[in-house]
Ligand binder design. Structure first.
Ligand code: HEC
Length: 206
């Protein structure tokens, strides 16, 4: 089993070498074929996640051959057009539940049994509640997010929801996960995280 997987991966690498001679696009698809050949489904991590959306394909390419401004604009426009706003018109849930979502880094991994609810893992990249000292800084600090933006006005509610739903809406090829578009968080979890960021009584705004 193990050696079969290694063989498949090696064949993929060889194919990718041959494809390099055939041009960059052929190399991209050969690289993807190598990935596909060397992974298998395990628990919550399923191989269908290797199927890229058009935006993901372009963003993968961006690292080698930078996209044109018009291509970036198109990714942003398509992401914005596909945002689904809360069905009940309610943007703000329970900040205490939102804090749990922000702290939770589990879900969608091969070590997660099927059906494990995914978290947002926001602290991995953002500072939020100032009492939490373990946070990453890949993203900007979100300390006092609601307060600094003048509270939960209709514009800020809409912007923040869309940013969390699909970060590409405002920055093509953002590294922030597309929590709504990729089905990582439920609408309820997103409402709770929104309250963590925007409710005046949330620890983020103290
Ligand atoms: C892998 C890292 C990563 C994770 C995880 C992540 N973010 Fe981000 N986030 C970023 C980066 C990088 C930016 C800035 C670039 C951009 O705008 O895309 C950002 C920007 C933002 C912004 C816009 C800030 C502003 O000043 O307008 C908000 C709001 C935000 N993130 C909320 C969240 C929430 C809520 C979560 C968890 C549900 C989260 N992020 C998880 C990386 C991350």
């Amino acid at each position: 089993m193990q050696s079969k997987l290694i063989t498949a991966a090696l064949l993929g690498v060889l194919a990718s070498g041959a494809a390099l001679a055939a041009g960059p696009a052929a190399k991209d698809s050969a690289d993807l074929a190598a990935f596909k050949a060397s992974f298998r489904d395990k628990n919550e991590a399923t191989v269908d996640r290797l199927e890229q959306t058009e935006a993901q394909r372009l963003c993968s390419q961006d690292a080698q051959r930078p996209l044109k401004p018009a291509q970036r604009k198109q990714i942003e426009q398509q992401a914005t057009a596909a945002v689904r706003y809360p069905a009940d018109g309610n943007y703000l849930g329970d900040w205490k539940e939102g804090e749990k979502v922000a702290q939770n880094g589990r879900g969608l991994q091969s070590s997660d049994p099927k059906g494990t609810a995914a978290g947002g893992n926001c602290y991995a990249c953002h500072q939020m509640d100032k009492k939490e000292i373990a946070f990453g800084n890949i993203g900007p600090s979100l300390q006092q997010y609601g307060k600094l933006r003048g509270g939960p006005t209709p514009e800020i509610l809409k912007y923040t929801w869309a940013k969390i739903y699909n970060s590409h809406a405002f920055q093509a090829c953002s590294v922030m996960p597309r929590f709504g578009a990729a089905g990582i968080l439920t609408e309820k979890q997103m409402q709770d995280v929104m309250a963590l960021l925007l409710a005046p009584e949330s620890p983020v705004n103290q």
